[in-house]
Design a protein around this ligand. Structure first.
Ligand code: GLP
Length: 263
């Protein structure tokens, strides 16, 4: 695992966006051979999306031949609800770039048969040839997408019941009212993310420090599902300084020195 420590949120977002843009440009995608990008929601990737939009506006990057697969979506929340992940993605990213609507994939949390929806999603990822780069955030409890503590580390796309921790954390988007937060979500599995060629996580803020400690310094554990990235051949975690508050001094110094070229 590669760990990039940036001084603050803006620099973290910029580093992540530069990396994603470089990967897309390098792949030189075409309609026949598009670049497949996995997309997260949440406040963490907002800066990353803003930076990618800037690159598109500056003419440095096009999403014409990019196919996206989102990580997750709430169950039974109307698509047009302002807090649905459909709304989030169109408002914060897709409406501002040249992506083709037919190239966007987001799980349908209102599908009549949720299991069939999840199976079809996995099949669509496979039919597309797999995901080239899965971007992600992390929950304060170390969850990746909606793979809550205790999730199988080989899981595929399925319905998950949210933990109380996540319901409380996400209630900030629902006027702080826990009763308004959906209790279930459809989510790609840890196995789905692990199957991507590359994974790039953004992790910022002191409230994520314990999660980062478990992901970087801890053991692989289904109680901190993002820790499974330790087993990925090409995983990068980009974080800001406050997120490093719980890392051991040795780990912190190692990753800083390594990226500065002092090692
Ligand atoms: C939700 C999403 C995750 C996201 C997490 C953290 O639970 N399903 O994909 O990583 O929130 O969100 P934030 O970035 O707002 O802290």
């Amino acid at each position: 695992m590669r760990v990039i420590i940036e001084p603050n949120y803006d620099k973290m977002s910029k580093w992540a966006a530069d990396y994603v843009a470089a990967r897309i440009i390098e792949a030189n995608p075409t309609p026949e051979k598009p670049f497949k990008l996995g997309c997260p929601t949440g406040s963490s990737p907002l800066g990353l999306y803003k930076e990618l939009i800037k690159k598109y506006e500056a003419g440095e990057l096009s999403f014409q031949n990019v196919v996206t697969f989102n990580m997750d979506e709430y169950v039974n929340l109307p698509e047009e609800h302002p807090e649905s992940y459909h709304s989030f993605m169109w408002n914060n990213f897709f409406s501002h770039i040249d992506i083709k609507r037919e190239n966007v994939h987001i799980l349908n949390g209102n599908a009549p048969d949720l299991t069939a929806e999840c199976e079809a999603y996995e099949a669509a990822i496979e039919a597309a040839g797999g995901i080239d780069l899965f971007m992600g955030g992390v929950g304060p409890d170390g969850h990746l997408a909606f793979n809550e503590p205790g999730s199988s580390l080989t899981s595929k796309t399925r319905v998950k019941t949210l933990t109380t921790d996540t319901i409380i954390a996400n209630s900030r988007f629902f006027d702080g009212d826990l009763s308004l937060v959906p209790k279930q979500a459809l989510t790609v599995g840890i196995g789905t993310v692990m199957a991507a060629k590359e994974v790039l996580l953004v992790c910022n803020g002191h409230h994520k420090a314990r999660a980062l400690q478990h992901i970087v310094d801890g053991n692989v554990s289904h109680m901190w599902t993002a820790s499974m990235l330790q087993m990925h051949r090409k995983a990068i975690v980009v974080c800001d300084e406050p997120a490093c508050d719980e890392l051991t001094v040795a780990t912190y110094k190692y990753y800083l020195d390594k990226e500065r070229g002092n090692l």
